[in-house]
Design a protein around this ligand. Structure first.
Ligand code: SF4
Length: 357
């Protein structure tokens, strides 16, 4: 099996995908791409939330033509999502796109494929092959009867073969399915045969709540095997939520190098403070911190500091006050109404120490 550290690496703008133990967070805009202002605004919101690569739909020439202007106004690498039409791919590449998502086997005549590959090669742009269980080639469906993991991998290998024949190797591959066990099986099988970095996704996973659970179950199983170099959580929600979920998921596997983590207790009858409100406030605050700090918020001091020994900083509720602690040792008591502010100050101090390292 190719562990993510063993895959070939590709460059999407300044961001590396594959060949290391990192998983790059992607999302996709929901705006009409030709609406440049709305698209740029959404891309900027995504970047602020921690999105490292943004994809835009490129369904027509108006969208493809907007890319050059969008590129001028953003900082994150941009991917164009194209189906079938090689002219849109060429226009997007001309506009300075950093990567395209297109299946070479769906482009049509060989000379069209060659033109896209030549243009991508000249600009050093990778191509993502996006296999989807819901749109497998008829030939593969006829062979297997219905979408299977084997069929999905076969489809991916077919598209890869077309690019390799043209001596093109800056490839990323996704094998998305809405069915979680099918997606897990497809990615696991793909990692045995494909040396290119894999882009993870559970497609059409649902709304914020159910889609988060479904995506985390599926991608968690895949990530835990060392598979996947980039990912997109697909939710019927604001795409910023996709980025938040992706960051949280990566944190659970220690794959988000520069993100702060919150540990908070489930609360019980010993609770002394309004913990749920505080935990939410602290979580929101640390979402922007780009340092690997572990913050703990506990409802009482009974087990408090001891329960969160590994936390860099934390608070445990007491009657009308809170205990502020570092690495399991109490540093001082603070009145309840100042607890959160004091904790934020300590978090900032720790983050500053990290940035200066
Ligand atoms: Fe209960 Fe205190 Fe543990 Fe929270 S930290 S679950 S309030 S005992």
């Amino acid at each position: 099996m190719y562990h993510r550290t063993q895959t070939r690496s590709v460059k999407v703008g300044s961001v590396q995908i594959g060949g290391n133990d990192q998983v790059v967070i992607q999302s996709m805009t929901t705006t009409k791409t030709h609406d440049i202002k709305a698209t740029v605004d959404e891309i900027n919101r995504l970047e602020e939330a921690g999105c490292q690569i943004v994809r835009v739909a490129c369904p027509d020439m108006k969208a493809a033509e907007a890319i050059s202007e969008i590129k001028k106004q953003i900082n994150v690498p941009l991917v164009a999502d194209i189906h079938f039409d090689y002219r849109l791919a060429l226009k997007a590449i001309e506009g300075g796109i950093d990567k395209i998502r297109i299946n070479p086997g769906n482009i049509g005549r060989r000379e069209k494929v060659e033109q896209v590959v030549k243009a991508a090669k000249e600009r050093g742009i990778p191509i993502r092959i996006g296999v989807n269980a819901g749109s497998l080639e008829k030939r593969i469906l006829d062979k297997y009867g219905y979408p299977t993991a084997e069929g999905m991998v076969e489809s991916a290998l077919y598209h890869i073969g077309i690019l390799e024949d043209l001596d093109f190797h800056d490839i990323v591959v996704s094998l998305k399915a809405s069915d979680v066990p099918l997606a897990i099986e497809a990615y696991t099988k793909a990692a045995e045969k494909i040396k290119y970095p894999l882009h993870l996704g559970i497609t059409e996973s649902g709304t914020l709540f159910s889609g988060t659970v479904k995506s985390s179950a599926g991608m968690g199983a895949i990530l835990s095997q060392g598979i996947g170099s980039t990912m997109r959580i697909s939710l019927s929600a604001d795409p910023v939520e996709e980025v938040k979920v992706a960051r949280e998921l990566l944190k659970s596997f220690g794959l988000a190098a520069n993100a702060a983590t919150l540990v908070s207790c489930p609360t019980c009858g010993r609770i002394e403070i309004d913990l749920i409100k505080i935990a939410n406030e602290v979580e929101e605050y640390i979402s922007k911190i780009k340092a690997p700090i572990k913050v703990s918020v506990l409802g009482c001091a009974v087990n408090g500091p001891g329960e969160a020994k590994e936390a860099d900083i934390g608070i445990a509720g007491g009657r009308g006050e809170g205990l502020l602690f570092r690495h399991g040792k109490t540093i001082r008591k603070v009145p309840e109404d100042q607890m959160v502010e004091e904790l934020k100050k300590e978090i900032d101090k720790l983050a500053e120490e990290h940035y200066q390292k």
